[in-house]
Design a protein around this ligand. Structure first.
Ligand code: PSU
Ligand code: MN
Length: 301
């Protein structure tokens, strides 16, 4: 992979072995509506700084992988007029060669973060195995990249629009450790519980960091680690609203395919919940960014 262009602030932090947290851009361009996306982008970065780490939002601009974005570049990523392409890891070469602007998914962000020397990454929800994958084969590349890239990903589990049980099975097959943060249950993004247990539980950033360090040291060519942080209790979506949105979303996206599925479902949730899903989404992303920064601090300590 060509070397990403890293901002001086992030470069200096990495050179000094100080904590850095990578952040994805697809959540901004394709996961949140215009306006709100820019506010959330600024808040995520602020939360990472408050916890003592340097934020590095990742995107591809003009065919160049960028690690760390200026305010003007965040404006650019968040403006729908710029029509950023959703880039998974496989799309990076095409975006580079063709000089495109694109927002990076968990898969592409993790790959670029690793190439830049960043080993902690915060996001909202991980991609996973879609319902009906037995027919469609729709399984997010996020899972494959986690299996082959030694980056810690902090997220709030996966959405219940996915097949959560199958996603967890695949993570097991691909030898990706899954840690519950203060919970024995794998969270389901808008909801704290999914009915599926996690194999391991940690209760402090120091414990999470110790597991990550031991995982990396114990297995040559180790995979990434998934740290699943449930949405803060006060921000959890009401069960009835959640179940209604889920049923409607699945019905509405029956004819949507490939990489358009996740954005279409998110758009439905945001439109039909009267803003409740946006508030939940923001709350969980901020909590994940703070936790990722705390673990990054511990890993460097
Ligand atoms: N889940 C969310 N919000 C998001 C995404 C997932 O709650 O914005 C985005 C992430 O960038 C994730 C990607 O990596 O969708 C997964 O897309 P796909 O299923 O097409 O791989
Ligand atoms: Mn897919």
């Amino acid at each position: 992979m060509s070397t990403p262009s890293i901002t001086p602030e992030v470069r200096t932090a990495l050179a000094g072995n100080r904590p850095v947290v990578a952040l994805e851009s697809t959540i901004l361009s394709h996961g949140l509506p215009p306006g709100r996306n820019r506010e959330v982008a600024a808040r995520i970065e602020a939360v990472v700084r408050e916890a003592g780490a340097v934020p590095a939002t990742i995107a591809v601009l003009g065919g160049v992988a960028r690690v760390g974005l200026t305010d003007a570049e965040l404006d650019h990523v968040c403006d729908p007029a710029n029509d950023l392409v959703k880039l998974s890891r496989r799309d990076l070469g095409a975006a580079f060669a063709l000089g495109r602007d694109g927002a990076t998914t968990v898969a592409a962000t993790a790959a670029l973060a690793h190439a830049a020397g960043i080993d902690v990454f915060a996001t909202g929800g991980l991609g996973g195995v879609h319902r009906g994958a037995r027919e469609t084969w729709d399984v997010s590349a996020d899972l494959d990249v986690l299996a082959s890239t030694p980056v810690l990903v902090v997220c709030s589990g996966v959405k219940s629009i996915l097949d959560i049980g199958a996603t967890l099975e695949l993570l097991e097959t691909r030898s990706v450790p899954v840690l519950g943060y203060g919970t024995d249950e794998f969270p389901a993004f808008y909801r704290r519980e999914s009915g599926h247990r996690v194999p391991w539980r940690v209760d402090t950033p120091a414990e999470a960091a110790a597991v990550v360090a031991a995982h990396r040291a114990s297995v040559p060519g180790a995979s990434g680690v998934l740290l699943a942080n449930p949405i803060p209790s006060g921000s959890e979506m009401a069960a009835e609203l959640h179940d209604r949105l889920l049923a409607e979303g699945l019905e509405l996206t029956r004819d949507v395919h490939g990489k358009d599925v996740t954005p279409a479902l998110l758009e439905h949730f945001h439109g039909a919940s009267g803003g409740a899903s946006l508030d939940a989404n923001e709350a969980l992303v901020l909590a994940n960014a703070a936790l990722a920064a705390q673990v990054a601090v511990e890993l460097r300590g």
